[in-house]
Design a protein around this ligand. Structure first.
Ligand code: DC
Length: 198
C-alpha cells in the first residue's frame, strides 16, 4: 500500500513529534526532511555538490539538531539546485510500500502535491521559541530566550520569502495551530485526520 502523509510548518511547531507519533501509530516510515538540509549545511564546501553527494553517514552527525545547523540549513535550502538534488530521494521515500510520513516545509506543495493527507502545523513565534529554548536547556542554555526568538523569526522570514518552494500551506492542507494545544491533543487530532482518509 502506498500512502503519504505530508506534514509541513515552521521550526519548532511540533511537526517532528506529531510525525513520529503518526508513523508509529500506523506503522509508516518517517523522514525528517529538515535533516537533509541540515546535513548539507553542516557538510561545508559547495552546497550543491554536498547535496548531490549526501551519504547516510552525513545524516548521522550528532550536531544536526543545533541552532547553527538550523541556520545553515535554512541558507542552503534557499538554493534551487540544492532543493532539486534532494527531490528524487524524498519522492521515492514518499511512495515506498507500507506508507510514509514526511515532515518539512514544501512536502504538501512541491514534493508530494498528491499526498493522501496534508497537515500544516503551526504556532506563534513566541511559543515556538520558548519550546526550542527549553529543548536547548532553558536557563542553563547557552542562548537566551530572546536570541532563540530572533533566530526563529529570521528562519521563518527566510523560509517563507525564498523564491523556490517557500514555506506556505498547500491549498488543501488541514491547519493545526498548536499554540494552545497539548502535544497529546495535537497528536490525537493528526491521528484522527489520517484515520479518516485511510
Ligand atoms: O525542520 P528543520 O528545522 O529541521 O529545517 C531546517 C531548515 O531546512 C529550515 O529552516 C528550512 C529547511 N527545510 C526546507 O527548506 N525544506 C524542507 N522540506 C525541510 C527543511
Amino acid at each position: 500500500m502506498k500512502f503519504t502523509v505530508a506534514i509541513d510548518g515552521p521550526a519548532a511547531a511540533g511537526k517532528g513529534t506529531i510525525s513520529r507519533a503518526v508513523a508509529a501509530r500506523f506503522g509508516f516510515e518517517h523522514l525528517d526532511t529538515g535533516l537533509l538540509y541540515r546535513a548539507v549545511g553542516m557538510k561545508g564546501g559547495d552546497p550543491v555538490l554536498s547535496a548531490r553527494s549526501l551519504v547516510p553517514a552525513d545524516l548521522a552527525r550528532d550536531d544536526l539538531r543545533s541552532l547553527a545547523a538550523g541556520q545553515a540549513a535554512s541558507q542552503v535550502a534557499a538554493l534551487p539546485e540544492v532543493r532539486s538534488a534532494l527531490t528524487a530521494f524524498q519522492r521515492d521515500f514518499a511512495r515506498r510500500d507500507g506508507g510514509a510520513v514526511l515532515d518539512g516545509r514544501d512536502i504538501g506543495t512541491v514534493i508530494c502535491p498528491d499526498a493522501e493527507v496534508k497537515l500544516f502545523v503551526t504556532a506563534s513565534a513566541e511559543i515556538r521559541a520558548r519550546r526550542r529554548w527549553l529543548e536547548l536547556g532553558g536557563e542553563a542554555a547557552f542562548e537566551t530566550y530572546d536570541e532563540v526568538l530572533a533566530q526563529v523569526r529570521e528562519r521563518d522570514d527566510r523560509d517563507m520569502n525564498r523564491s523556490d518552494a517557500p514555506l506556505r500551506p498547500a491549498v488543501d492542507a488541514v491547519m493545526v495551530d498548536t499554540s494552545d494545544m497539548s502535544i497529546e491533543d495535537a497528536v490525537a487530532f493528526a491521528v484522527a485526520t489520517v484515520s479518516a482518509r485511510l
